[in-house]
Design a protein around this ligand. Structure first.
Ligand code: FAD
Ligand code: SIN
Length: 525
């Protein structure tokens, strides 16, 4: 097996991984592995923007309050405080490195999104904020000669000896390599692909969450999955996000009879929290027996719309929809994981030498429901902090001690029908199952049905695979089990977790549900 020796291993090249790598490069050799081309990530597709207090009309305390309110009682206050207080410095630094956020005259331009009580969302090129962040961070990473970047390199599992993480195994060009590192950072993003309807790119298969689980890390808040209300719903079109910023700029939701309906559900109407809007849309779809509702921006000036949302305008046009003239068919889709690998405020997990940052992590910053545009900021703030902490860990800890590469992974590729299952069919069924039974509205019956079906595929969890697609399936199955078990455990409705059989918050609702692997299998506590 080929071995790479490095000081720091970063898994993932979205906002969190790149920001951490920049910090780590000041302290040693860094290896960044990423399973596709470097830019392929949720970060690249982020549209609306990044929430930050930089306007004269805004205050850190108000951003704190808005985040806590959206989190519906489950945010960890200290984590939120760090986010809002350190956010401005991380953004100013990004501007110094060349980030071009949109301006009005010479001043930064801020937009509005749901549940924000101030205009505080910075955006770039209208609706391509994430792409701008990736561009700037990748350019910055390139300036460090001690950062090695390995693309199309898929992390498989962590190397853990004596309860200390010493790197990871990865798949590169069909071969397994061992990357030995003094500290390892998971920055693998979310798990939207676990659901058949999602805004997330193909790489978002929850790998980091599953990898951490297998290594016996603790995961928290896995039942909290955010569903974005407005995702394109047109026969031949992709599940393309229609940014919340469109509602921030005045877009109206209408049912198939073209009637506005959000005022019937919440006093903030279109700008109510995301979970409220998603459920209102589902409710309206059921009431009108339709597969979608409409997003309407036709009353706005056409030139303004084209300039403010150029990427959305041109993408929709490819599918015969002119957003300045046509109502846009939309319905909700899985968008963001509030839960993930439990970390402290420095990204440290319960395994020495293992750090996590960005969407794969659960710092507690988002509670039961993430405030729009807080995750790019989280990637920057907590990516930086995890970088600082991992560097410090390496200084304090003893020399690298990989005794031997214990794990011998199966070197034979599994065939499509190995063990009597068509694994591609399992993937499709799994995603549909999660959407139908563990989606926006759940109940004990649907969750138990899901668990029963998931256990029929459990033998897949014991298999070793050596293709990216098969590894992803195993990880998606692991994450699906964690989400479903946690959702069964929470007998109440809080934030994005809504159970039709327990509509109230229920007893002990402020507890955080944890998931971990034990000798006996998955344990929820
Ligand atoms: P990602 O950016 O997803 O990066 C994960 C990286 O890990 C990728 O490089 C991936 O290839 C790699 N990876 C995964 N598994 C492996 C593996 N096994 N081995 C090696 N590499 C691996 N948030 C906002 O704040 N504002 C927005 O406007 C916004 N808009 C969004 C729009 C869309 C369409 C989507 C999908 C999300 C949006 N979000 C937004 C959420 C936000 O983009 C993400 O939460 C954030 O970018 C996550 O960053 P990350 O670095 O944690 O992960
Ligand atoms: C959007 O632009 O609607 C996405 C913003 C986010 O997910 O934070």
């Amino acid at each position: 097996m080929q071995t790479i020796d490095t000081d720091f291993l970063v898994i993932g090249s979205g906002v969190a991984g790149l920001r951490a790598a920049i910090e780590l490069a000041r302290h040693g050799r860094v290896t960044v592995v990423t399973k596709d081309i470097p830019t392929e990530s949720s970060t690249e597709y982020a549209q609306g923007g990044v929430a930050v207090v930089l306007s004269d009309e805004d205050e850190v305390g108000i951003h704190f309050e808005d985040t806590i309110k959206a989190g519906d009682g489950l945010c960890k206050e200290e984590a939120v405080r760090v986010l809002v207080e350190e956010g401005p410095a991380r953004i100013l630094e990004l501007i110094e490195w060349g980030a071009e956020f949109d301006k009005e005259g010479t001043k930064l331009s801020f937009t509005m999104e749901a549940a924000h009580s101030r205009r505080r969302i910075l955006h770039a090129h209208g609706d391509s904020t994430g792409r701008e962040l990736e561009r700037v961070l990748i350019n910055k990473v390139r300036t460090f000669k001690n950062i090695q970047r390995l693309q199309f390199c898929t992390a498989i599992d962590l190397i853990v000896e004596d309860e200390r993480c010493l790197g990871a195994y990865a798949l590169k060009d069909g071969d397994i390599i061992a990357v030995h590192a003094k500290a390892t950072l998971l920055a693998t993003g979310g798990a939207g692909q676990v659901f058949s309807r999602t805004t997330n790119p193909a790489v978002a298969t929850g790998d980091g969450m599953a990898i951490a689980f297998r290594a016996r890390a603790i995961l928290e808040d896995m039942e909290f999955v955010q569903f974005h209300p407005t995702v394109l719903f047109a026969p031949a079109a992709p599940q393309f996000l229609l940014s919340e910023a469109m509602r921030g700029e005045g877009a109206i939701l209408r049912n198939i009879f073209k009637e506005p309906f959000m005022k019937n559900y919440h006093s903030d109407a279109e700008l109510a929290p995301r979970d409220v809007v998603s459920r209102a849309i589902i409710s309206e779809m059921v009431r009108t027996n339709s597969s979608h509702v409409y997003l309407d921006l036709t009353h706005k000036d056409a030139e303004f719309v084209k300039k403010r949302f150029p990427r959305i305008y041109s993408t929709c046009l490819q599918y015969d929809l002119n957003i300045t003239k046509d109502l846009i068919p939309v319905s909700p889709a899985a968008h963001y994981m509030m839960g993930g690998v439990k970390t402290d405020l420095d990204g440290a997990t319960n395994i020495a030498g293992l750090y996590a940052a960005g969407e794969v992590a659960c710092t507690g910053v988002h509670g039961a429901n993430r405030l729009a545009s807080n995750s790019l900021l989280e990637g920057l703030v907590y990516g930086y902090r995890a970088g600082v902490a991992a560097a410090e860990f390496r200084v304090q800890s003893s020399e690298l001690r990989v005794k031997k590469d214990l794990k011998v992974l199966n070197s034979k590729p599994m065939t499509l029908n190995s063990h009597g299952f068509d694994l591609e069919e399992v993937r499709t069924s799994l995603r549909r199952l999660m959407w139908e039974k563990v989606g926006i509205i759940r109940c004990g019956v649907s969750l138990n049905e899901a668990m029963e079906r998931l256990s029929e595929w459990k033998h897949i969890l014991e298999m070793d695979f050596n293709t990216r697609r098969r590894l992803e399936l195993k990880n998606m199955l692991t994450v699906a089990c964690m989400i479903t078990e946690a959702a069964l455990e929470r007998k109440g409705s809080v934030g994005a977790h809504y159970r039709s059989d327990f509509k109230e918050r229920g007893e002990n609702w402020q507890r955080h549900i944890r998931v971990r692997k034990t000798e006996k299998g998955l344990k929820v506590s």
